[in-house]
Design a protein around this ligand. Sequence first.
Ligand code: ARG
Length: 463
Amino acid sequence: MKLWGGRFSKTTNSKVDDFNSSISFDQRLYKQDILGSIAHVSMLGKQNIIPLEEAKIIKKELQNILEDIEAGKIEFDVEAEDIHMNIEKILISRIGDIGKKLHTGRSRNDQVALDMRMYVKDEIIKIQSMILNLQSVLVKLAKEHTKTIMPGYTHLQRAQPITFSHHLMAYFEMLKRDYERLNDVYKRTNILPLGSGALAATTYPLDRYFVAKELGFSDITYNSLDGVSDRDFCIELLSAISITMMHLSRFSEEIILWSSHEFHFIELDDAYSTGSSIMPQKKNPDIAELVRGKTGRTYGDLISLLTTMKSLPLAYNKDMQEDKEAVFDAIDTIKMCLPIFTSMIETMTVLKDSMYNAAGGGFTNATDAADYLVKKGVPFRDAHAIIGKLVLYCIQNNKSLEDLTLDEYRKISPIFDQGIFKAISLEECVNKRNIIGGPSEEIILKHIEIAEKFINEEKSLYS
Ligand code: ARG
């Protein structure tokens, strides 16, 4: 008989069991479910809601069940619907009537809300540590490339020279926000919903703060209807994951472009690229493409849960069982993407000369040439026009600004002198951009120092 079978005179249709059941995917919550139950039953004993001795027996058996699940000794049962009832059923089968007391003062509604919060908390920490690993690799590379000049782009047109280090540190900043966003999600997830009961709390004198403390929650929910029906923390997690994936996807897009013959800025390691079954010359950036592609499914997970929740009346509705696959899928996806993306970046070869040549070829120093005139007293708009004419001249004569002779410069404006050549050298263009946020070596080294401090401080929280 079903744990809830009392008021039914017929058994459920087997199709209904299959349809209703979530055990195929929520079994991954077994640990959270058991630890939650252990804390609950300890509290029931402490509060004399059930005899202390019986609470101890239940606790001990729950621990045994946990070990047995981890040893692969347990097969779950679709008919028992979900992980909560599967575990309760196993408990009762092992210790009989005493086991039937576990669910006192509790509903699956607050139980599942608890399990999900515990699970999300655990996973946030794992994702954050993967983000830190990627950030460490970015900083390590950034340190090696403070002098590696490359073109910076707007509209995917060469714009101004920067360094590879500057470019990498942009991603460091994005990932730092991602990391902090997860801290924020964690804060709001770290609230105990147990004690909300089915929807209207309970008549038993539960000590909710005790359970919160046992399970490491920083606070408890203050409205039982909200306690069982809130999935904001899942939606926030999915949105934080989606944003992180969006960043990885933008980076992937650049890796794909950079590894093309057209850019030729990097070469991916053989171990992190793939070939073509027909074209022998091909080396494809499949990993970057898949990360870019998988970003779509995490957006799907987010939209799916938002849509599931949008019309639900208070409090619990079975629709909410749909939260799990979206949350699990997004977590699995990002946890697959982050480490492989990190290794791909760590092992790629940076083609410094190609980057340098690309920075030189596309008039990326034109702004600096205009600034040179401004320093000589020419109003910026006039300087802009003069350099515009020079660029046109260069295009018509297939030259770059560095190729022109002083005479050619002076034909367009007599204000030019020998100083123009220093002013437009790529190294000068980069290192003159020496304010906070800029690409100069001095500034980037300071940024790297701050970044390393962040990484070390955060990593120390895990050890
Ligand atoms: N498997 C359910 C879920 O994931 C657990 C809660 C069921 N509650 C209920 N009243 N049917 O949401």
